[in-house]
Design a protein around this ligand. Sequence first.
Ligand code: ATP
Length: 580
Amino acid sequence: MKFATFAACSEELGATSSRNDMTTLLARLLATAAPDDIAVVCYFTLGDIAPGYSGVTTGIGDRTVAAAIALAAGTTPLSVEAAARETGDYGDAAARLAGAGPAAEPLTVAAVHRGLMDIARAAGPGSAEREVETLAALLSAATPPERRSIVRLATGKMRLGAGDMTLLDALAEAYLGSKDARAPLEHAYNISSDIGLVARTLKSGGLPAVEAISVTLHRPVRPMLTQRVARLSEIPERIGSPAIAVEEKYDGERVQAHKDGDDVTLFSRRLTDVTHQYPDIVRSVQEHVTAGTVILDGEAVAFDHETKTYRPFQTLMRRRRKHRVGEVAREIPATYRAFDLLYMDGASYLRRSYPDRRAALEAVLSPDENISPADRIVTGDLNAITGFYIACIERGLEGIVCKSCADDSFYRAGAREWQWIKWKSDYAPDLADTLDLAVVGANAGRGKRAGTFGSILCAAYNPEEDIFQTVCAVGTGFTDADLADLSRRFAGATVDRQPARVMATPQAAPDFWFVPADVAEVRGLEITESPVHTCNWDPERRRGLALRFPRFVRWRDDRSPEAATTTAEVAAMFRRRRGV
Ligand code: ATP
């Protein structure tokens, strides 16, 4: 393809603001591209010279580009800089300044690409001069619109506004008749992260060849993403499978690890190569992953080996550097928590269910503190999910990711669907605060808890009326020692009728009433309106406020019941949560 064709199209693209028009223009351009050119045309359209994950970019600086334009136009870098200031960009400056004029042989897309690749690869002594000469040679042979495009590509500023999905639409329109046929192309792109590869394959082998594109080592798979819900209680229904895997959510960096024997490549969430940043994770993958070839998905997290706790994302980001990487890695070691396996020993695992992939992951990893599968439970019970979530928060984790265990729980590269749902602590700000609640009663324990209490009825204090109004019955969060302590703590506290200062509905009435004396610190998931509990009671609507999914934290023997959280404080938390 002549470079002039691409340059003309990019001028038109720059002038259109309609996505449909953009798709049509691109479809026309792509339809005329030869099999050897089409990949490059795709990269150029996105402002790149190679697939994003390869890390191959030119991105040359202003001084180099000014020197190259000056050399091609027979002027000084100072006058080029002045023209760039006036036009606002070096591309326009290059277009405006006269060059030697187009060569007898018109420039081709392939020739421009070769030149830009040479610039990208130039390194070592004299490389700056070689970059200037190579770019000047291209510019000398170019027309004004071509010069504009070449400079913008060379400086990494080719912003045509066409994204990956527009380009896929255009490919579908050009080769499959309509952009509605994009799905298989998008799928191939999601598992290869290389739109040029998809285009070249489509051009040369048609749809069957595109459908045969598979997961390949050292080529990142676009990561599967998580959905979110407004309430934790929505998760089971949204996921829809009877069994749900509830995994710890780590606050680090998403890292996809490709192991090919001893050769390990790590890719970030944005598919850039971050191998050099994590020499410790490279070592862990080399030493603890037993398969010869494997692709893992997971999170790199900063880890404190002394306290055995995770450190925040900001700490990990201090490792984002080019120099002294090894030294900083020793200061801030990273652990790899793998949560998926996408490929092993030549086979793609994307179309296997999550339970299968997880079993393969566990089989292939010999875990230690530096690398291990994400901790998790498998359950269908909302109470168990909530309990696991609260335990995660208490250990300083960010939250949970719930994953479908259904037969079709495939790894959906690049997709954000309901198979994976995240729930983070900042969705439930109430939870940041615990409540200190007066204990006003208890229910008898059953089963394992026979002989002691199964739950305690807790109340907030209403100072205006000097009464205790119930908020929740707490049955979880107790250790065995706490449980044994319950019967000792409340032995003799029982009174035979509801104490005068305790307000409770008949539905909340416990097996045993206590005169308020003890205060428990309780953590809950959220505060909701409830006909059962009397905190902030509205007599007309016959509704109070309840703390949902409460969990015992510890006794507050330093507090009197009148120093418990007040009903007004609970009401304020409820209003804050609802944004009123
Ligand atoms: P998103 O990735 O959904 O666009 P984001 O980048 O803001 O959003 P989060 O909202 O924190 O990230 O949630 C998703 C991210 O959580 C994942 O991309 C991954 O990096 C991280 N994560 C941590 N633990 C897990 C886990 N067990 N399973 C899946 N993802 C996890």
